[in-house]
Ligand binder design. Structure first.
Ligand code: SF4
Length: 280
Protein backbone atom coordinates (compact mmCIF):
# COMPACT_ATOMS: atom_id res chain seq x y z
CA UNK A 1 0.00 0.00 0.00
CA UNK A 2 1.30 3.50 -0.82
CA UNK A 3 1.46 6.36 1.65
CA UNK A 4 -1.35 8.87 1.14
CA UNK A 5 -0.69 12.41 2.35
CA UNK A 6 -3.65 14.76 2.71
CA UNK A 7 -3.27 18.44 3.52
CA UNK A 8 -5.82 19.92 5.88
CA UNK A 9 -6.39 23.17 7.76
CA UNK A 10 -6.95 23.63 11.48
CA UNK A 11 -8.40 26.36 13.65
CA UNK A 12 -6.19 25.59 16.67
CA UNK A 13 -2.62 24.40 17.14
CA UNK A 14 -2.03 24.01 20.86
CA UNK A 15 -4.42 21.92 22.90
CA UNK A 16 -4.55 21.59 26.65
CA UNK A 17 -2.50 18.65 27.88
CA UNK A 18 -3.67 16.21 30.53
CA UNK A 19 -0.18 14.71 30.75
CA UNK A 20 1.99 15.36 33.80
CA UNK A 21 4.54 18.16 33.38
CA UNK A 22 3.01 19.34 30.09
CA UNK A 23 0.75 22.38 29.74
CA UNK A 24 -0.01 21.99 26.04
CA UNK A 25 0.11 19.34 23.34
CA UNK A 26 1.08 19.95 19.73
CA UNK A 27 0.68 17.35 17.00
CA UNK A 28 1.45 18.61 13.49
CA UNK A 29 0.35 15.36 11.82
CA UNK A 30 -2.71 13.14 12.16
CA UNK A 31 -1.83 9.48 11.69
CA UNK A 32 1.72 8.17 11.76
CA UNK A 33 3.57 6.36 9.02
CA UNK A 34 5.73 4.55 11.55
CA UNK A 35 2.65 2.34 11.70
CA UNK A 36 3.45 0.57 14.98
CA UNK A 37 0.95 -2.28 15.32
CA UNK A 38 0.18 -1.52 18.95
CA UNK A 39 -0.12 2.28 18.50
CA UNK A 40 -2.68 3.56 21.05
CA UNK A 41 -3.57 6.61 18.95
CA UNK A 42 -5.66 4.35 16.71
CA UNK A 43 -8.25 4.21 19.44
CA UNK A 44 -8.70 7.98 19.51
CA UNK A 45 -8.34 9.39 16.00
CA UNK A 46 -11.87 10.03 14.72
CA UNK A 47 -10.99 9.68 11.03
CA UNK A 48 -11.89 6.16 9.84
CA UNK A 49 -9.64 6.35 6.79
CA UNK A 50 -6.60 7.06 8.99
CA UNK A 51 -7.48 4.39 11.55
CA UNK A 52 -8.42 1.66 9.07
CA UNK A 53 -5.21 2.24 7.08
CA UNK A 54 -2.99 2.90 10.08
CA UNK A 55 0.45 4.01 8.94
CA UNK A 56 -0.60 4.71 5.36
CA UNK A 57 -2.80 7.83 5.57
CA UNK A 58 -1.40 11.01 7.07
CA UNK A 59 -3.13 14.37 7.43
CA UNK A 60 -0.78 17.34 7.43
CA UNK A 61 -1.95 20.48 9.24
CA UNK A 62 -0.88 22.83 6.49
CA UNK A 63 -1.73 26.14 8.18
CA UNK A 64 -0.43 25.05 11.59
CA UNK A 65 2.43 27.57 11.76
CA UNK A 66 0.18 30.58 11.06
CA UNK A 67 -2.24 29.46 13.76
CA UNK A 68 0.59 28.77 16.21
CA UNK A 69 2.15 32.21 15.59
CA UNK A 70 -1.14 33.77 16.70
CA UNK A 71 -1.62 31.48 19.69
CA UNK A 72 1.83 32.01 21.21
CA UNK A 73 1.08 35.72 21.46
CA UNK A 74 -2.16 35.06 23.36
CA UNK A 75 -1.52 31.93 25.43
CA UNK A 76 0.10 31.79 28.86
CA UNK A 77 3.73 30.53 28.61
CA UNK A 78 4.19 26.87 29.45
CA UNK A 79 5.62 23.53 28.41
CA UNK A 80 4.48 22.10 25.09
CA UNK A 81 4.64 18.37 24.40
CA UNK A 82 5.45 17.83 20.74
CA UNK A 83 4.26 14.48 19.43
CA UNK A 84 2.05 13.50 22.35
CA UNK A 85 -0.26 11.55 20.06
CA UNK A 86 1.62 10.87 16.83
CA UNK A 87 5.33 11.15 16.11
CA UNK A 88 6.30 14.67 15.04
CA UNK A 89 9.47 13.29 13.44
CA UNK A 90 7.79 10.65 11.29
CA UNK A 91 9.03 10.65 7.64
CA UNK A 92 6.58 13.28 6.38
CA UNK A 93 8.41 15.80 8.61
CA UNK A 94 11.37 15.57 6.22
CA UNK A 95 9.10 17.18 3.62
CA UNK A 96 6.93 19.61 5.57
CA UNK A 97 9.20 20.60 8.51
CA UNK A 98 6.18 21.54 10.61
CA UNK A 99 7.69 20.14 13.81
CA UNK A 100 10.98 22.01 13.69
CA UNK A 101 9.31 25.23 12.56
CA UNK A 102 6.81 24.90 15.40
CA UNK A 103 9.67 24.35 17.84
CA UNK A 104 11.38 27.54 16.62
CA UNK A 105 8.19 29.57 16.99
CA UNK A 106 7.63 28.20 20.48
CA UNK A 107 11.11 28.75 21.91
CA UNK A 108 11.41 32.22 20.38
CA UNK A 109 8.25 33.04 22.31
CA UNK A 110 9.65 31.52 25.53
CA UNK A 111 7.63 28.34 25.58
CA UNK A 112 9.47 25.19 26.61
CA UNK A 113 9.22 22.14 24.36
CA UNK A 114 9.33 18.48 25.31
CA UNK A 115 9.74 16.24 22.25
CA UNK A 116 9.12 12.50 22.08
CA UNK A 117 10.07 10.46 19.03
CA UNK A 118 11.15 7.11 17.70
CA UNK A 119 12.96 8.69 14.75
CA UNK A 120 16.58 9.55 14.10
CA UNK A 121 15.30 12.30 11.77
CA UNK A 122 15.52 14.49 14.85
CA UNK A 123 19.28 14.73 14.27
CA UNK A 124 18.55 16.85 11.18
CA UNK A 125 17.65 19.60 13.64
CA UNK A 126 20.56 19.18 16.01
CA UNK A 127 21.84 22.73 15.45
CA UNK A 128 18.49 24.32 16.30
CA UNK A 129 17.95 22.05 19.31
CA UNK A 130 21.45 22.83 20.56
CA UNK A 131 20.93 26.56 20.20
CA UNK A 132 17.75 26.45 22.28
CA UNK A 133 18.75 23.65 24.65
CA UNK A 134 17.70 25.53 27.75
CA UNK A 135 14.11 25.38 26.42
CA UNK A 136 14.15 21.82 25.14
CA UNK A 137 14.18 18.21 26.26
CA UNK A 138 14.04 15.17 24.00
CA UNK A 139 12.68 11.72 24.81
CA UNK A 140 13.61 8.85 22.55
CA UNK A 141 11.40 5.77 22.69
CA UNK A 142 13.69 2.78 23.03
CA UNK A 143 11.85 -0.53 23.18
CA UNK A 144 14.90 -2.69 22.51
CA UNK A 145 18.64 -2.32 22.03
CA UNK A 146 18.89 -4.94 19.26
CA UNK A 147 18.07 -4.40 15.60
CA UNK A 148 16.97 -8.03 15.30
CA UNK A 149 14.67 -7.82 18.33
CA UNK A 150 11.16 -9.29 17.93
CA UNK A 151 9.96 -5.70 18.53
CA UNK A 152 10.89 -5.05 14.90
CA UNK A 153 7.77 -6.93 13.82
CA UNK A 154 5.64 -4.47 15.80
CA UNK A 155 7.49 -1.28 14.83
CA UNK A 156 8.07 -1.98 11.17
CA UNK A 157 8.68 1.52 9.81
CA UNK A 158 10.33 3.41 12.66
CA UNK A 159 14.09 3.92 13.07
CA UNK A 160 15.90 0.74 14.18
CA UNK A 161 17.14 0.58 17.80
CA UNK A 162 20.75 1.35 16.83
CA UNK A 163 19.69 4.60 15.10
CA UNK A 164 17.53 5.66 18.06
CA UNK A 165 20.33 4.96 20.52
CA UNK A 166 22.80 6.86 18.36
CA UNK A 167 20.38 9.81 18.19
CA UNK A 168 19.99 9.80 21.97
CA UNK A 169 23.77 9.77 22.47
CA UNK A 170 24.34 12.61 19.99
CA UNK A 171 21.68 14.77 21.59
CA UNK A 172 23.01 14.11 25.08
CA UNK A 173 26.59 14.78 24.03
CA UNK A 174 25.50 18.23 22.82
CA UNK A 175 24.16 19.07 26.27
CA UNK A 176 20.49 18.58 25.39
CA UNK A 177 18.42 17.13 28.22
CA UNK A 178 17.35 13.62 27.20
CA UNK A 179 15.11 10.89 28.53
CA UNK A 180 14.17 7.38 27.46
CA UNK A 181 10.67 6.06 27.09
CA UNK A 182 10.97 2.29 27.54
CA UNK A 183 7.54 1.20 26.46
CA UNK A 184 5.45 -0.56 25.72
CA UNK A 185 7.01 -3.51 27.49
CA UNK A 186 5.49 -6.58 25.86
CA UNK A 187 5.77 -10.04 27.43
CA UNK A 188 8.16 -12.22 25.48
CA UNK A 189 9.33 -9.32 23.28
CA UNK A 190 11.36 -6.91 25.40
CA UNK A 191 10.97 -7.95 29.03
CA UNK A 192 14.22 -9.88 29.53
CA UNK A 193 16.57 -8.86 32.34
CA UNK A 194 19.44 -8.47 29.86
CA UNK A 195 17.36 -6.13 27.67
CA UNK A 196 16.38 -4.04 30.67
CA UNK A 197 19.98 -3.74 31.85
CA UNK A 198 21.21 -2.69 28.42
CA UNK A 199 18.60 0.06 28.23
CA UNK A 200 19.53 1.24 31.71
CA UNK A 201 23.22 1.35 30.84
CA UNK A 202 22.41 3.62 27.87
CA UNK A 203 20.38 5.77 30.25
CA UNK A 204 23.32 5.97 32.62
CA UNK A 205 25.74 6.90 29.85
CA UNK A 206 23.46 9.68 28.57
CA UNK A 207 22.24 10.76 32.02
CA UNK A 208 18.66 10.14 30.87
CA UNK A 209 15.68 9.48 33.13
CA UNK A 210 13.86 6.28 32.10
CA UNK A 211 10.06 6.21 31.91
CA UNK A 212 8.87 2.62 31.62
CA UNK A 213 5.42 1.38 30.78
CA UNK A 214 3.61 -1.88 30.14
CA UNK A 215 1.51 -2.67 27.09
CA UNK A 216 -1.83 -0.96 27.57
CA UNK A 217 -4.77 -2.91 26.26
CA UNK A 218 -6.93 -0.99 23.80
CA UNK A 219 -10.25 -1.75 22.15
CA UNK A 220 -8.88 -2.17 18.64
CA UNK A 221 -6.53 -4.95 19.79
CA UNK A 222 -9.44 -7.34 20.34
CA UNK A 223 -10.42 -7.04 16.68
CA UNK A 224 -7.08 -8.46 15.49
CA UNK A 225 -6.03 -12.09 16.04
CA UNK A 226 -2.36 -11.33 16.60
CA UNK A 227 -2.84 -8.24 18.79
CA UNK A 228 -5.49 -9.96 20.87
CA UNK A 229 -2.91 -12.67 21.68
CA UNK A 230 -0.52 -9.96 22.92
CA UNK A 231 -3.32 -8.37 24.93
CA UNK A 232 -4.23 -11.70 26.53
CA UNK A 233 -0.58 -12.33 27.47
CA UNK A 234 -0.37 -8.85 28.98
CA UNK A 235 -3.51 -9.50 31.05
CA UNK A 236 -2.00 -12.66 32.53
CA UNK A 237 1.49 -11.25 33.08
CA UNK A 238 3.10 -10.68 36.49
CA UNK A 239 3.80 -6.96 36.07
CA UNK A 240 4.51 -6.46 39.76
CA UNK A 241 7.45 -8.83 39.56
CA UNK A 242 8.85 -7.21 36.43
CA UNK A 243 8.54 -3.70 37.85
CA UNK A 244 10.36 -4.80 41.00
CA UNK A 245 13.20 -6.13 38.85
CA UNK A 246 13.34 -2.87 36.89
CA UNK A 247 13.37 -0.75 40.05
CA UNK A 248 16.07 -2.92 41.64
CA UNK A 249 18.23 -2.66 38.52
CA UNK A 250 17.68 1.13 38.41
CA UNK A 251 18.75 1.46 42.05
CA UNK A 252 21.83 -0.70 41.57
CA UNK A 253 22.88 1.16 38.44
CA UNK A 254 22.07 4.63 39.80
CA UNK A 255 19.55 5.42 37.07
CA UNK A 256 16.42 7.47 37.74
CA UNK A 257 13.39 5.47 36.63
CA UNK A 258 9.69 6.30 36.72
CA UNK A 259 6.65 4.19 36.00
CA UNK A 260 3.74 5.63 34.02
CA UNK A 261 1.10 5.19 36.72
CA UNK A 262 -2.50 4.28 36.03
CA UNK A 263 -3.62 7.79 36.93
CA UNK A 264 -1.30 9.11 34.26
CA UNK A 265 -2.90 6.70 31.81
CA UNK A 266 -6.30 8.17 32.47
CA UNK A 267 -4.82 11.65 32.00
CA UNK A 268 -3.35 10.53 28.70
CA UNK A 269 -6.71 9.18 27.65
CA UNK A 270 -8.29 12.54 28.45
CA UNK A 271 -5.64 14.24 26.32
CA UNK A 272 -6.27 11.81 23.49
CA UNK A 273 -9.98 12.46 23.78
CA UNK A 274 -9.41 16.21 23.59
CA UNK A 275 -7.14 15.68 20.59
CA UNK A 276 -9.70 13.47 18.92
CA UNK A 277 -12.32 16.20 19.18
CA UNK A 278 -10.10 18.92 17.76
CA UNK A 279 -8.03 16.93 15.30
CA UNK A 280 -10.16 17.09 12.18
S1 SF4 B 1 5.71 6.08 16.40
FE1 SF4 B 1 4.28 6.44 18.07
S2 SF4 B 1 2.59 7.52 17.10
FE2 SF4 B 1 3.77 6.58 15.46
S3 SF4 B 1 2.74 4.65 15.05
FE3 SF4 B 1 4.40 4.28 16.52
S4 SF4 B 1 3.44 4.42 18.54
FE4 SF4 B 1 2.06 5.37 17.07
Amino acid sequence: MRLKIIETTVSSALSKSGLPDLDYALNPYIGCSHGCLYCYARDYVPNREVVDNWGYVIYVKKNLLDVLEREVKRFRKGVVGLGTITDGYQPVEALYKLSIRSIEILVKNEFKVSIQTKSSLILRDLDVLKRYRSYIDVGITITSTKNDSPMKSLEVFSSPPSARIEALKRLASEGIKTWIFFGPIIPGYNDSVSEIKEILSIAKETRSVVYFDKLRIKRFMWKDGFLSQLARKALEYDWGNLFRQIRDACNKMGVECRYAFESEESNRNRTLDLYAKSAL
